[in-house]
Ligand binder design. Sequence first.
Ligand code: GDD
Ligand code: MN
Length: 386
Amino acid sequence: LAGLERLRDCGRHDGVASLAPVPQVSVVVPTRNEGANVVPLLDRLSAVLAGLGVEVVFVDDSDDETPARILEQGRRDDLDVRLVHRPEGERRGGLSGAVVAGLRTARAEWAVVMDGDLQHPPEVLPLLLQAADGTDVVVASRYSGDGSADGLAGAGRALVSGMSTRVASGMFPRRLQPVSDPMSGFFAVRRAAVDLDRLRPRGYKILLELVLRTPGLRISEVPFTFEARQAGESKASVREGLRFLWQLVLLRLAAVTVLAGGLKQVGGFLAVGLSGIVVNTLALTALTVAVPDLRYQVASAIATQVAIVWNFVLVDRFVFTGSERRSAQRFGRFWALNTVLIPLQVLVLTLLVDGAGLHYGPANVLMLGIVFVLRYVVSARWVFPA
Ligand code: GDD
Ligand code: MN
């Protein structure tokens, strides 16, 4: 076993694994004491994905013979079977942590995450992959179309599952609107679409974590029937239930923090902009006093440049921090943006006054507001990108 482990354990020997060609699909399977299910799972996967280049990444937190069963399968020629075994003490994040580790190790563009106990029928995989076009995540759902949760052991479990789904959807109505089964542990994900570093994996609900911490995901669904467990037993527990509630609280807090952070940023940007107007006026006054012969157009142009530098220093230091771009490039872009905006401001003002017939006072305020939004968005996206 030790010899095989040296070859196949990709958790510690990625160099070996990466010599193989990039697979077309990665299947990520978290396992904890699923020794009896590994081989039937691989056989059914193989039957259904024949002809595709498939790697199956097991992320295993077992104390039983499961890793040995997986390593024996390393000799298969129909599937590339890989194992990340996490010894006791390194099993961070439980089931969710295992899935994140698997997504990091996976090499294909698309990864399918599924349980190792055959409650997630491998026969659904082709349907997930067919629905993948033009999306980032495809959820296998028990609650859409002709899907079903019949395989949930016991009425109590089914009730809890249905209730937690409703609680989560109620707490995040907009973000979870496209997902009828946010608790599903069965989904396909385009790996490049998610930033795994932003996730706080804990407990069972990895899909919820992924969807709620990744803005703008394009999501579709495929119905499936959650089957009865093949062998072994569920590791779900009251403790996992409590973890789930705590996860909901943290996710809700994170959403509020993002909103507050956004407001703080817009406010900071506005405050800097207003201070820039003051600086501009002061510079103009100082120049006309110091150099009485200077034409006012020249003085105004110089004052504008002073204000641009002032605004840049403050925005760069306090508002859009942490941009990856080099500072000379940030300044270049900031300057270009603000210079291009000068004639644009005149144009918008002219349109509002001559075109829309507004008085130039209110028109000026309206124009500044419009240009402010433009300035903010272009600054965030183009001048100081993360
Ligand atoms: N690596 C690792 N570490 N795997 C784990 C761990 C862990 O701590 N805990 C569980 N697993 C594995 C199991 O071995 C199995 O392959 C899969 O994760 C699901 O675990 P089960 O214990 O069978 O969970 P379940 O059937 O009660 O829950 C499933 O259905 C829920 C929907 O009702 C999971 O898919 C949940 O994610 C899903 O929400
Ligand atoms: Mn299960």
